[in-house]
Ligand binder design. Structure first.
Ligand code: PLP
Length: 424
């Protein structure tokens, strides 16, 4: 029954029941962590043989004869450039294979914009105002990077098939202070939405007021399908080239959720002109990334078919967790009118909305009963969700049994906070 249509007395009776259920959880002394989208131990075990994929000193030579144990090849070993070009949907000349984290590459790109500027433009730090568009809900660490540089962040609502492009065009095409936009175009964090062809084409056709505007295209979940039939995403670089805007996008990706989180290989893609410029800046920063790890990844996965086959094993572990999470929500909250959620077909998160003004309280109740969730508001710039509704659920890490328990508690907390609100 929809709680918004229930009389006060019935709500009060229900609240007593829910308080009792919450009390039982308090006594159960839980200690569960669902705060970040981490792969589970079972997923990490899938890639154990990667650790020994480079077997001896003789095995350390790349296809061009470079010894990976030594300095050199700052932008990646040739076979890794080939693999990650395909991974990102660009050519080997349009890729830099980096270290262990795509987030570091994103940070560097914002940082270089601030200190050096792009392709001859004024460094952003010398300007009075610098703004980034932030499709929200979005990835908290993106917003953390721009906030740390004092860049003004503007919330752009996420619609069904990507950011509100009318608003994006309005800002980008008319305000020269807008220098970038954060995008997670496939199975977005946290909503699991994939940008439609029309959205990608509208991005490619932007006519930025700022000559150094860049699209930060973080395709972190580009191959992370939960089902055999995955979402399709157009190639942003191809579309940008076609629209005469080759320098607009910076693409990012990594194997953090393919091999090992934080110990995989990250890469970025961009036009050859952007890549050449970035390589000049990078030259002062590093002599080379960890080429042995790059080689291990190539030896282990061999090619994109190898990576895609491997992702099916991840999906087989993740799918039951996502489905159980969604089933628990339906079982506990379906039809009550106090919550809504999205059914993602890939990625690492389920985006959940409480009644307005209830997300913080829900997360607090869960924390006090021993379940850590991503802080409410984290998916918005400055940690401020204007309606206080969004909670990011990360089902990947806990074993299924613990996850079920954590979800039951979360549902009880959602109802607790909703009833508190409705009863005023
Ligand atoms: N980008 C997005 C959208 C993510 O959700 C995450 C991790 O959760 C990352 C990047 C981090 O990637 P990496 O480990 O390559 O730094």
């Amino acid at each position: 029954m929809n709680y918004l249509e229930m009389d006060k007395k019935s709500l009060e009776q229900r609240f007593e029941v829910i308080k009792g259920m919450y009390q039982d959880f308090l006594s159960a002394n839980l200690h569960l962590d669902m705060s970040r989208g981490k792969p589970s131990a079972e997923q990490l075990d899938l890639t154990t043989d990667l650790l020994t994929a480079v077997k001896s000193e003789r095995d350390c030579l790349t296809q061009d004869g470079t010894d990976c144990r030594n300095y050199g090849l700052m932008d990646g070993i040739p076979e890794a450039k080939e693999l990650f070009a395909e991974f990102l949907g660009v050519t080997p000349a349009e890729v830099i294979v980096g270290g262990n984290a795509s987030l570091s590459l994103m940070y560097d790109c914002v940082s270089w914009g601030m200190t050096h500027g792009y392709l001859g433009s004024t460094p952003w730090s010398k300007l009075d105002r610098v703004k980034f568009l932030c499709p929200s809900p979005g990835y908290d660490r993106h917003f953390g990077i721009t906030e740390s540089f004092g860049i003004e962040m503007i919330v752009v609502p996420m619609l069904e098939d990507g950011p509100d492009m009318d608003m994006v065009e309005q800002y980008v095409n008319h305000d020269p202070a807008v220098k970038g936009i954060w995008c997670v175009p496939k199975y977005s964090n946290p909503e699991g939405k994939t940008y439609s062809d029309e959205v990608v084409r509208r991005f490619a056709a932007l006519k930025p007021a700022a000559e150094d505007f860049r699209i930060f295209w973080d395709n972190a979940y580009g191959i992370h399908d939960l089902y055999d039939e995955g979402d399709r995403l157009l190639s942003i670089l191809d579309e940008c080239k076609e629209a005469g805007n080759p320098n607009l996008p910076f693409l990012f990706g990594s194997t953090s959720k393919v091999s090992f989180a934080g110990a995989g290989v990250a890469a970025m893609g961009a036009s050859e002109e952007n890549i050449a410029y970035i390589k000049k800046l990078m030259f002062y920063q590093t002599i080379s990334a960890d080429k042995i790890n790059q080689l291990r990844h190539v030896r282990y996965f061999k090619n994109m078919d190898g990576i895609r086959a491997h992702m099916k094993k991840h999906a087989a572990i993740l799918r039951p967790k996502f489905e159980m999470t969604l089933e628990t929500m339906e079982e506990y909250l379906g039809g009550k009118g106090i919550a809504s959620w999205i059914h993602p077909r890939g990625g690492y998160f389920i985006s959940f909305d409480t009644l307005p003004g209830c997300a913080r309280r829900t997360v607090q109740l869960a924390r006090e009963a021993g379940v850590a969730l991503t802080p409410a508001g984290a998916s918005y710039p400055y940690g401020k969700d204007p309606n206080d509704t969004n909670i990011r659920i990360a089902p990947s890490y806990p074993p299924v049994k613990e996850l079920r328990l954590a979800m039951e508690l979360l549902c009880v907390c959602v109802e607790y906070a909703a009833l508190e609100k409705l009863l005023g």
